[in-house]
Design a protein around this ligand. Sequence first.
Ligand code: AMP
Ligand code: MG
Length: 422
Amino acid sequence: MTQDLIRTISCADDYDPDSMPVDKARRFIRDFLEPVQTRESLALRAALGCVLAQDILSPCNVPNHNNSAMDGYALNADDLAASGATTLRVIGTALAGKEFPGEVGKGECVRIMTGAVMPQSCDTVVIQERVQLKDERITFDEGVKRGQNLRYAGEDLKLGQTVFSAGHLVRPADLGLIASLGIAEVKVYRKLRVAFFSTGDELASIGEPLASGQVYDSNRYTLYGMLTRLGVEVIDMGVVRDDPALLEQALNDAAACADVILTSGGVSVGEADYMKQLLNKLGQVVFWKIAMKPGRPLAYGKIGNAHYFGLPGNPVSVMVTFYQFVRDAMLVLMGQPDPAPIQQFQVICSGNIKKAPGRTEFQRGILSTDKNGQLKVEPMGNQGSGVLRSMSEANCFIVLPEACGNIAAGEMVSVQLLSEFV
Ligand code: AMP
Ligand code: MG
């Protein structure tokens, strides 16, 4: 299969091995993803973050009766005075969960609370703040309209309606909506298993003392966080030294137990040739120089049945490449046929940005509103790909397309919010 990938890439006439545009790399990856097939039934709560493997049809109307949207009095609009005040006699009460059992005749009304079933022959609710109550009679001024403050049966969901199609990612509102149908169990695709490890002789793990020239391994922690937010099963394989035998062992172990393997480091120029040999021995992997900053080196392919993403080592690059490539691929593998792209919108840039045309840049920025309520984005000062603090403090990426050059303060730029996964 990845043989096809390599062939497709080398046959593409506008393919430049030195610089792969971001969108093109994304499309190539997309063409080689096969979603998980195994389904399982889960209790509703456990399905949060999973992808539905069944359509969900509404087995009932929600709500299943016309009911009141407010506390007030239920009446028939035929009884409203043609002009001036209306007076009606209160003959009983309807509470949520306790219907008014009788008939409501001409000139009569029923005290009604929010969520209570509308008494038969009533079609309107006048809110209690509008009425004066005296001697079991209410009086209110003109202006009440037929159908006011009424929630209709099936207004939220109609009997038989498709509420969700297979492939839908279950979010908190969806849990509630499915619960509102009385459905206790749903069929979902099984969780993806994602194994990941960091590579580098210079890496120390937290808890160990830091020797001179070493850095603590932070990539496994950002990856853990992003993967956990995505709702996949994570298999943390630790740090692996830059040693071919150890790397081979780790890649084989990962391929044996995971659907996806993520590594960080070791795919940049200099290291690439060495990883290339190893990865070509174990599977079929392509190495790209992506026309982007940060996150230039990226490897993608298959090792056994597992999809492999070789992310760059720099901590910011790891997060950017995860967000721009891995997230989308993972959603497809989880069973979403067509994941919604990350939302992008235009705002005013409040600072100058230096940029050379020829690559897409994902600068870190802080989005805020000025005193007039106008959204603006301020680029972070230090955009170095090793400065993880910039990711921690930022709340958005400023996406600067390949062709664009310098940006002057006051120009519009595109941003993507980081709140979802990063
Ligand atoms: P590499 O892509 O392996 O050449 O690494 C590029 C840079 O990222 C180097 O400065 C590495 O020390 C750093 N780096 C690589 N892996 C990690 C990691 N897991 N945590 C923190 N920094 C890393
Ligand atoms: Mg390295």
